[in-house]
Design a binder for this molecule. Structure first.
Ligand SMILES: Cc1cc2nc3c(=O)[nH]c(=O)nc-3n(C[C@H](O)[C@H](O)[C@H](O)COP(=O)(O)OP(=O)(O)OC[C@H]3O[C@@H](n4cnc5c(N)ncnc54)[C@H](O)[C@@H]3O)c2cc1C
Length: 292
């Protein structure tokens, strides 16, 4: 199923979910148990990440294929930094054969050792990959990443929004955002995209806080901002109440954030599951309760 069409057809807010493929085959049974537990939330689609620079590409392929077999609408993430057109074409071919109809077209992060030759690269930006996929696979659903706190490499908000608009215009059907904690960042980003004449759906990415340490790790990796008040509340909960107090404080905040986003017209919510079911289920239950 084409995710862009499903999003446009959705009349009520939906959940979608991100998973990462387990590195070790021994973890697969637990992984699929988690996915099955989360099925009660009736996700519109599930997405599976892609190792930086194409590492563990086969794992992404295997997991997406299995999720399709389980009857889910699936999106494979795909990065193009350092990739050759033939490698991308081969991967798309395998996805199509496995019944995966959607990709999240990403640039990815260049290798830290700077071995990547920018000048010689076939793909320099995600927009190049969007154009490539759109041309070769016109029927595939294509998503792209958007950054409420601009991408760390963008020097200004305006530059970031211009490049986001460029990849949407190149043929993306929808965008999924980086995780964020301040609703205003999402609202302003969407307004700036709309001001460029685009009405493409932008699905907000939400991280249910699993622990103080994992939150800090995520923040250091992705460059998202966290409101000082929330950080201090989580820190206090961590020091005084322990892990469950952190989860409760994170949950409370996430419920309010999701309510605000849906009130402001977000089409649904993309959950960063971190391959864990419990906090996503608790969050969805709390959101439901808050609507009654
Ligand atoms: C929802 C989501 C899922 C992700 N999944 C994965 C994953 O599975 N695997 C993985 O390795 N990484 C993943 N990432 C991380 C992503 O690969 C990094 O954030 C990467 O640094 C940028 O990728 P991009 O597709 O946003 O790049 P781009 O859209 O190319 O943007 C990267 C930077 O380049 C700038 N730029 C874009 N176009 C131009 C241009 N024409 N001229 C000059 N500058 C330009 C942008 O403003 C931005 O600063 C994900 C990110 C998100 C938000």
């Amino acid at each position: 199923m084409h995710i862009g069409k499903l999003v446009n057809a959705a009349r009520t807010p939906f959940y979608s979910m991100e998973f990462f493929p387990p590195a070790d085959a021994a973890q697969l049974p637990d992984f699929y148990d988690t996915v099955e537990r989360l099925r009660v939330l009736n996700p519109l689609f599930v997405s599976v990440t892609y190792g930086a620079g194409g590492r563990r590409q086969q794992n992404t392929l295997d997991v997406t294929a299995e999720l399709v077999r389980r009857g889910m609408t699936v999106m494979a993430h795909l990065t193009c930094v350092g990739a050759e057109p033939q490698g991308i074409e081969d991967f798309l071919e395998k996805l199509v054969k496995a019944g995966v109809d959607n990709v999240l077209a990403l640039r990815g992060d260049p290798p830290a050792d700077r071995s990547w030759d920018w000048e010689q690269a076939h793909f320099r930006h995600a927009a190049d990959l969007v154009r490539f996929v759109r041309e070769r696979r016109p029927h595939m659903g294509i998503g792209v990443a958007a950054y409420p706190a601009p991408h760390p490499e963008s020097s200004t908000f305006a530059e970031d929004r211009r490049h986001t608009a460029e990849k949407l215009r190149a043929g993306a059907d929808f965008a999924v955002t980086q995780l964020f904690f301040d609703a205003r960042e999402y609202i302003e980003m969407v307004a700036q995209i709309r001001a460029q004449g685009l009405d493409t759906p932008v699905i907000p990415g939400i991280l249910p806080v699993q622990s103080f340490d994992s939150l800090r790790r995520m923040l250091s990796l992705c460059g998202a901002n966290i409101p000082g008040k929330l950080y201090l509340a989580l820190e206090k909960a961590h020091e005084e109440g322990g892990p469950e107090a952190v989860r409760a404080a994170g949950l409370d905040y996430a419920v309010k954030l999701i309510r605000r986003l849906l009130d402001e017209g977000a089409p649904g919510v993309h959950l960063y599951t971190l391959n864990k079911a419990e906090m996503c289920l608790r969050l969805a239950e709390a959101v439901e309760r808050s609507r009654q």
